[in-house]
Design a protein around this ligand. Structure first.
Ligand SMILES: [Zn+2]
Length: 381
């Protein structure tokens, strides 16, 4: 789901990914701050009612350096916001697979079905509230600067940074309260609507409102020629659409099991098979992954990605066991097929073996799920 993301580290054992769109923000923000430095300084001076000595702020490359510092500060603010979501989620027993930092916020990838509204409400609210708190902390720092340094030019730089970050985090708070997907407010709205209607209907309403806001932002952005607002519009629209697509699947596949969607019988391979033989099998069968089975027991999965990781000569020398993924995720045939789709999205995998009484009885792939959704949408007459 979140393609185009790089892993930058782990916090509390949760992988933190960064999306391209977030990398775009750092030079963009640095540029915007750089060209508007005098105006922004005046605005911050006005908002906080503190005099700012701008001599160092406007000197040489300082506008661009400050731009990068503020952008990195925003990154920290978004990270803290997402971690707050994760701490509450974990406290409520919801497993978080990863955090992806996007342009104007993050996405905490949950492995589970749509959570219970009682869980979703505090989980959604804690993010914006953390941004508000972070904003207030930055705002208080603005007033503590005179006690930190006696140099007025350095004090000016510090007030600029803290003031800017205070404003950005409070905007992040307000933006996320918009009651529409993909903002946190969309989750709050869905939790409220879900008290009265099925969850997929609630999701659709929140996603449609999100699209409405995106179009509104886009129009305003075009009217005032504000590239930042156009980017936000795009981000909101894509987020709302992907939420709506997932909702469509949830609706179509709500009582479909993994067992009825899987392909079987399965072509499996043994751990001692040469990798080159697996390549031949992939070309012959057009399957991009095989379960690895030893003495009737599933011991791993081997996919095209694993094979492509090693060189042509290694494929002759190595066996399946050397490069396979051990302890793959499996599902019982009775599991809802939506669980399979969610796990595939969260872990970025293409297939899940279906296991019954310790034996692989089938395999469910993304394309199997798409075909099943097509059949449910237009059942054969
Ligand atoms: Zn959030």
């Amino acid at each position: 789901m979140m393609n185009g993301s790089y892993k930058i580290g782990r916090i509390f054992g949760i992988p933190i990914l960064i999306h391209y769109s977030f990398l775009l923000v750092i030079p963009l923000l640095a540029w915007i701050i750089g060209i508007q430095i005098a105006l922004t300084t005046n605005t911050i001076q006005y908002i906080f009612q503190v005099p700012i000595d701008a001599s160092l702020i406007t000197a040489g490359f300082m506008p661009w350096i400050l731009g990068i510092i503020v952008a990195l500060g925003l990154f920290l603010g978004v990270l803290v916001h997402e971690i707050a979501h994760c701490i509450v989620a974990r406290h409520k027993g919801v497993k978080i697979q990863s955090i992806t930092l996007l342009m104007f916020g993050g996405v905490s990838q949950m492995e589970e079905e749509v959570p219970d509204p009682k869980v979703e409400l505090p989980m959604a609210l804690v993010g914006p509230l953390t941004s508000l708190l972070f904003g207030f902390v930055c705002a208080s720092l603005v007033y503590l600067v005179p006690g930190m340094t006696t140099d007025p030019a350095i004090a000016g730089v510090l007030i600029f940074i803290f003031g800017y970050l205070a404003v950005l985090n409070i905007i992040l708070f307000a933006f996320n309260l918009i009651p529409a997907f993909p903002m946190d407010g969309g989750r709050v709205l869905r939790a409220a609507l879900a008290q009265r209607m099925p969850i997929h209907k609630a999701t659709r309403i929140a996603a449609n409102i999100g699209k409405g806001f995106a179009i509104l932002f886009g129009i305003i952005g075009l009217l005032f020629f504000n590239p930042f607002l156009i980017l936000i519009a795009l981000f909101v629209y894509i987020g709302a659409s992907s939420e709506a697509a997932m909702d469509q699947f949830t609706y179509l596949l709500h009582n479909v099991t993994a067992g009825s969607t899987m392909s079987s019988p399965v072509t499996s391979v043994t751990p001692n098979l040469a990798v080159s033989k697996v390549t031949e099998m992939m070309l012959a069968t057009k399957h991009l992954g095989f379960p690895v089975v030893e003495h009737d027991k599933l011991v791993g999965m081997i996919t095209l990605v694993d094979v492509n990781r090693i060189s042509q000569t290694d494929r002759e020398a190595k066996q399946v066991r050397d490069i396979m993924t051990r302890d793959p995720i499996t599902l019982p045939p009775s599991a809802p097929v939506m669980d399979a789709l969610r796990i595939m999205s969260a872990r970025n995998i293409g297939r899940i073996p279906i296991v019954k009484d310790g034996r692989v009885i089938g395999i469910v792939t993304r394309s199997d799920i798409l075909k099943m959704a097509e059949l449910k949408k237009d059942p054969p007459q």
